[in-house]
Design a protein around this ligand. Structure first.
Ligand code: FAD
Length: 351
């Protein structure tokens, strides 16, 4: 919400700057702020830093990072983390920012899905394409059982012991949980749409061994619809590759189709948004709310290109704008990392 609201900030973490998003641009933002002597808190809904690079294409090579003719996407993230290390940012991972409120004194209250609260003097949104959400089962009748009988993550493994489980997916999560629950569940059926798996070969081999010994079942199929009697979940119908429909009885379905980004709560914070991106100026990369900035894929301005390179430039200018916002009376000179003793001190480089 953009209007000022009287909200208690008792017990909130005090922060000069909170960065929302630990993708490549959020990580470089830590570095650029650090050079100016500003320490950041960084929040990401994923359990690990890296955004799209780590989540969508970690093994793929990137060819358009300046001075790195070729760099693996995860390698880029590892390098950014290493570069930002001297600035000791505090990471809050596995927490989605659900609320951003402007307070009466033009500072901000940031709240996460785990109810961590920050009282921030500035906020930089580096939210990319949005926070990563699980791909849903998305078949007839599935929505009303989500959270009770259809699950996208395992919060408490004991809940599934002794139960009839249907696990969907062919990646590491699906295989890891299949192996974990084999022998502990009353019955277990793994459903995957094709013979090839994305999971670690050793896990696939162990799973095939369990199928061979009839410890678990395996069906090559896609989900078709939910089997229900009134409000009672009874299992899932699947469609085999030959078109035949099969009924799988079960108490719970565990669905691991991976994650995809969704703009999510960012859309509700009173920011000017155009085609799922936040409007910023190109001097400070500030949004329509003074003190809130946006860098990387999440922002838009005339000529915007959603490239990592663009986000890096935006992060540099946003850092200067944050420094000016925090300390309007202070002039911030441009200093070279090559020669500046202050920068060397901040970087931990001996002079
Ligand atoms: C297959 C593929 C190949 C690509 N190749 C290239 C290339 O060669 N060169 C290039 O320049 N670019 C490439 N890109 C694009 C590049 O990955 C993006 O431009 C870059 O990741 C944007 O970085 P970012 O930090 O802005 O956002 P992201 O990487 O999307 O990270 C944003 C982070 O914010 C988090 N987040 C969002 N909302 C919230 C919230 N409410 N609370 C908490 N956390 C939140 C997300 O979980 C995510 O981790 C490629 C993209 C793809 C998919």
């Amino acid at each position: 919400m953009s209007e000022s609201v009287p909200v208690s900030v008792d017990g909130a973490i005090q922060a000069d700057v909170v960065i929302i998003g630990a993708g490549p641009c959020g990580l470089f933002q830590i570095f650029e702020l650090g050079l100016l002597g500003i320490r950041a808190h960084v929040i990401d809904s994923l359990k690990h830093p890296g955004g799209q690079c780590s989540e969508l294409y970690p093994e793929k090579p990137i060819y358009d990072i300046p001075a790195l003719p070729v760099c693996g996407a995860q390698e880029l993230i590892d390098r950014l983390l290493q570069q930002a290390k001297p600035f000791n940012a505090q990471f809050h991972l596995g927490e989605e920012v659900t609320e951003l409120k402007v307070l009466e004194d033009h500072t901000f209250l940031v709240r996460t899905s785990l109810d961590t609260r920050f009282h921030a003097r500035t906020v930089i949104i580096a939210g990319g394409l949005g926070s990563f959400q699980p791909r849903r089962l998305g078949v007839e009748g599935s929505e009303s059982f989500e959270g009770t009988h259809i699950h996208y993550k395992v919060k408490n493994a004991r809940e599934f012991t002794g139960k009839r489980l249907i696990i969907f997916g062919g990646g590491d999560s699906a295989l890891d949980w299949t192996l974990e629950f084999a022998g502990k569940a009353r019955s277990l059926t793994l459903v995957h749409r094709r013979a090839e798996f994305r999971a670690a070969p050793a896990s696939v081999a162990r799973m095939r061994d369990l199928v061979e010994h009839r410890s678990i079942n395996y069906v090559e199929a896609i989900a078709h619809s939910v089997i229900a009697e009134g409000n009672e979940f009874r299992g899932v119908r699947v469609k085999r590759m030959d078109g035949q429909i099969e009924e799988l009885a079960g108490d719970h379905a565990l669905v691991f189709f991976g994650l995809h980004p969704k703009l999510g709560p960012i859309a509700e914070w009173g920011l000017t948004i155009d085609k799922r991106a936040i409007h910023v100026d190109t001097e400070k990369f500030q949004t329509n709310i003074p003190g809130i900035f946006a860098v990387g894929d999440i922002n838009t301005y005339p000529g915007k290109k959603k490239l990592i390179l663009s986000g890096f430039h935006e992060a540099a200018l946003a850092a200067f704008a944050v420094a000016a916002h925090l300390n309007p009376a202070k002039k911030i000179p441009l200093q070279y990392t090559t020669t500046s003793p202050i920068m060397h001190k901040r970087l931990g480089v001996p002079d």
